[in-house]
Design a binder for this molecule. Structure first.
Ligand SMILES: Nc1ccn([C@@H]2O[C@H](COP(=O)(O)O)[C@@H](O)[C@H]2O)c(=O)n1
Length: 601
């Protein structure tokens, strides 16, 4: 862990179940390779993961089984370690490559900005050579204009110890927001390609499909059906991401899919057991699958390796932690812009509400920063999509690192001048409806893409009732213990003297397999659904309604705003959208904090 990172608190643990073929999975790490310095349950860093993987590989070798490491993209954007340097990623590429990842693919965040895709092509693809797979992604060389696969389309290899044949693919969901130096082929087209049809006819023991794709998204279903059609008995395992949640689902009795969360909070574990060699395959022989969501903290990593603070760190792991420390220092990530007077939550607290980060943006930040010097006298509606805010703000120092953690994007505030108020006021309602504003082929994707991916997976707020003794209500307790018994203290029976241990708050995952996936037994936390967008009225007359307003919005949501206006009878084109205020939203927010919050805590 990094110097100053919160010490993990011991908690009741569930062990890993090993099989013949085992996997460790990271996804959507978004630059958090230094770990969560303020959160004890996720405070291990990439160096600790390097040590962990070394020990786990050694155990696999000793037991004659195999372990593969998988990463399913969105490694960038979301933390100072990647975002704070010029150019972005100056330190990240060398840190990330220290882990021996066996199968790796691209996420949408590697592609939003052309220079990020260039970085992927120039550094990560060569760093991982034949381990990098790009089944449906091409890169366009900026000099020659030549279009080429970002990496090989698939990979066939043998595992180290059992010599199992593996055919692996690496997909990205049907993303359309990429910069123009890459081409994402829709998955339904890719599976029709000759190379894919030939690849799925290869003799193999197991298919491994990794993808920056939610495990319940249609893209994985398409791939599953295509492979299964030709291979009725072959085990197929899927590793997904993008939706930022822990999840597991079996598509049939011989397939299994796992998603391993976000922000390097989780290291996913999957094991496959049974007769895996194709020579032993039969209608009756079925593989078994296990999943575990490992909290990324040192006490858990010690537990799973049977080691301790002295014996756990390897030389390589220590060196990687040191690389991270010196990069964080060079980037001055601990520089504090101000002191957050209280914790502001994205989804743990209701919106609107006094502890909601969105209410803070709406009522305090926007009125101050949504100001165009030449139009400050004109009323405006300022709209921010909730997906633009990526993490909670904890009470205490708000640092350079926190800035990118909360708001990593380069989005600016755009506007349309003098929109009739009668029309402009209805836009927010349309943006916050579920589904698409219009169903035409040129319409932007589902409105919920303006919100955070975590919100995609949940339709209703999940509110946990816990009394002062830390006891959850019947249902919640049953969820935690897997036991529908009446109310009982959380964690009862997990220690020798039957006193309930103090549980920390964290993930209490319910997936298709059950409620025992998390490696750490936690107290549940609330999850409130928030709208796709929030809106502030700024500079409005004290009485009466304005005739027209400036409609100000994050440039990222331009397609949705134009579609909403068109639906309301206002035809505005992209060329009419102008920059409202200089600087990125991130810079505006950091500037507000510097001006309004106390400098020191
Ligand atoms: N400029 C941007 C880019 C993205 N977003 C939000 O992020 C979501 C995608 O996040 P993933 O980590 O899943 O790729 C997207 O749906 C937007 O909500 C944004 O606000 N501004």
């Amino acid at each position: 862990a990094q110097p100053g990172a919160a010490e993990p608190v011991p908690a009741p643990m569930r062990d890993l179940v090993w099989g013949k073929l085992n996997f460790l999975h990271t996804t959507d790490t978004h630059g958090w390779h230094g770990g969560h310095l303020q959160e004890p349950q996720y405070s291990a860093d990439w160096g600790d993961y390097v040590s962990f993987a070394q020990h786990m590989r050694a155990r696999a070798h000793k037991d004659g089984v195999d372990l593969l490491l998988v990463d399913t993209g969105d490694r960038v954007e979301g933390n100072g370690l990647y975002d704070a340097s010029t150019p972005k990623g100056k330190y990240y590429y060398d840190i990330y490559r220290q882990q021996d990842v066996d199968i790796i693919c691209t996420g949408n965040h590697e592609l939003y900005v052309a220079s990020t895709a260039d970085g992927e092509h120039l550094y990560t693809v060569p760093n991982f050579k034949t381990n990098y797979i790009a089944s449906n992604l091409d890169y366009i060389d900026p000099r020659s204009g030549e279009r080429m696969p970002m990496a090989q389309r698939y990979r066939k290899f043998q595992t180290k110890n059992q010599k199992l044949d593996i055919v692996a693919f690496g997909f990205l969901f049907d993303f359309i927001g990429n910069a123009n130096n890459t081409v994402v082929q829709p998955v339904k087209e890719t599976v029709k390609e000759q190379w894919f049809q030939e690849a799925i006819m290869e003799e193999t023991d197991v298919f491994v499909v990794i993808g920056h794709v939610g495990v319940r998204m249609p893209e994985f279903q398409i791939i599953f059906r295509a492979i299964r059609k030709q291979n009725p008995l072959t085990p197929i395992v899927f590793f997904g991401g993008h939706v930022h949640i822990r999840d597991a689902v079996a598509y049939d009795a011989r397939s299994f899919a796992v998603a391993s969360g976000r922000y390097f909070e989780t290291i996913g574990w999957m094991s496959v057991d049974g007769e895996l060699e194709r020579a032993a395959r039969s209608e009756d022989a079925r593989p078994s699958f296990h999943r575990r969501y490992i909290d990324n903290n040192l006490s858990g990593l010690h537990h799973h390796t049977g080691l301790n603070a002295t014996t756990f760190p390897t030389e390589h792991g220590r060196n990687v932690s040191a690389m991270i420390t010196s990069s964080r220092t060079a980037l001055d990530l601990d520089y504090a812009f101000g002191c957050a007077p209280k914790t502001l939550w994205m989804s743990r607290s209701p919106y609107p509400g006094k502890d909601s980060i969105y209410s803070w943006i709406e009522t305090e930040v926007l009125p101050d920063v949504a100001v165009n010097p030449d139009r400050r006298h004109l009323p405006r509606l300022a709209i921010v999509n909730t997906g633009a805010i990526r993490f909670d703000i904890f009470q205490g120092p708000f640092t350079r690192d926190t800035t990118y953690i909360v708001s990593p994007f380069l989005s600016t505030m755009a506007y349309l001048p003098d929109v009739p108020y009668a029309m402009a006021r209805k836009v927010i309602k349309l943006l916050n409806n579920a589904g698409k504003i219009a169903s035409s082929s040129s319409a932007p994707p589902d409105n919920r893409f303006m919100a955070n991916p975590e919100q995609l997976a949940v339709n209703e707020s999940i509110i946990i009732t816990v009394n002062e003794e830390g006891v959850a209500s019947d249902d919640d307790a049953a969820d935690l213990t897997g036991d529908p018994a009446p109310q009982k203290p959380l964690g009862e029976g997990t220690n020798a003297d039957q006193r309930p241990p103090r549980l920390t708050e964290g993930y209490t995952t319910r997936d298709d397999i059950g409620t025992d996936g998390d490696d750490t037994v936690h107290l549940p936390v609330n999850f409130y659904v928030v709208p796709n967008c929030i809106q502030a009225e700024v500079g409005f007359p004290s009485d009466g309604e304005p005739e027209t307003v400036d409609l100000v919005f994050m440039d990222f949501i331009t397609p949705w705003v134009l579609m909403a206006l068109s639906f309301l009878g206002g035809e505005y084109g992209r060329e009419e959208v102008q920059l409202y205020v200089d600087g990125t939203f991130t810079e505006l927010m950091a500037g507000w904090i510097e001006k309004n919050w106390p400098k020191r805590c």
